[in-house]
Write a protein that binds this ligand. Structure first.
Ligand SMILES: [Zn+2]
Length: 240
């Protein structure tokens, strides 16, 4: 049997990063990681549930794409999230995605309700974020709990081929080739939402970065995402 402990720890740390970054202001939100074509590790609700900030590797359980425990005892005392299908339908629809993050970031919800789209209003401030925003961050316009396949399919179709979708009155879903990428995309979207709200609150207006400036922004790639950017997130946790 594969040793999933490092992957369980990665998902648990990633949940703590979401909380530390203010994207999970409470106990709602979850992250999954595909570890096999049919299996995923997902943050579950356990007997000592205290919220994402206190997620432990034990809270990350191995299930199949239908949410059935993939090894004896995996769900003894733990329950998969109500929104499991939000994860599994993204994994089914997107073979390129190995990780899915779902969180309820207040700033993203507020910005969307204020009519603000996630646009490339910043440049080198956050290069992966600017590139992500330039490609478009669609909105799923229903504030529903994604509790069945019909609603999950609606969300997946609103997401299209983009890495992130904003869920109106709800939160955000981010899919990445790695947990690190999926989390950092969500952090970038949250950061752009916060900056956009701040600019408007200060009486300013929002404008996309000029195309020529966007074209100058390099693709920093996974070495950045899974290297220094992720080490920074973990260091922030350790410092807290
Ligand atoms: Zn949710």
């Amino acid at each position: 049997m594969t040793d999933f402990e490092p992957a369980r720890r990665l998902v648990a740390d990633a949940c703590r990063v979401l909380a530390a970054r203010g994207l999970a202001d409470g106990f709602l939100g979850h992250i999954c990681l595909r570890v096999d074509p049919e299996l995923l590790l997902i943050r579950c609700r356990g007997p000592h549930e205290r919220g994402l900030a206190w997620t432990t590797p034990d809270d990350v359980r191995l299930v199949d794409l239908d949410g059935t425990e993939a090894a004896p005892g995996e769900l003894d005392g733990w329950a998969v999230p109500n929104e499991l299908l939000l994860h599994t339908e993204v994994l089914r629809a997107r073979p390129d995605a190995n990780a899915v993050v779902h969180a309820h970031p207040p700033a993203v919800v507020a910005a969307d309700l204020a009519g603000i789209r996630i646009r490339p209003v910043v440049g080198a401030y956050d290069i992966p974020g600017a590139r992500l925003a330039a490609g478009g961050v669609p909105v799923y316009e229903r504030g529903v709990l994604i509790r069945d396949r019909r609603l999950a399919d609606e969300m997946v179709s609103a997401m299209g081929d983009r890495p992130v979708v904003v869920l109106r009155g709800h939160g955000v879903t981010s899919a990445g080739s790695s947990v690190q990428e999926a989390v950092l995309q969500a952090v970038s979207v949250d950061s752009i939402a916060r900056i956009s709200l701040t600019v408007l609150s200060a009486g300013g207006t929002l404008a996309d970065l000029p195309t020529a400036d966007l074209a100058e922004l390099p693709d920093l790639g996974p070495a950045f995402t899974e290297g220094v950017a992720w080490r920074h997130e973990i260091a922030r946790l350790d410092a807290g």
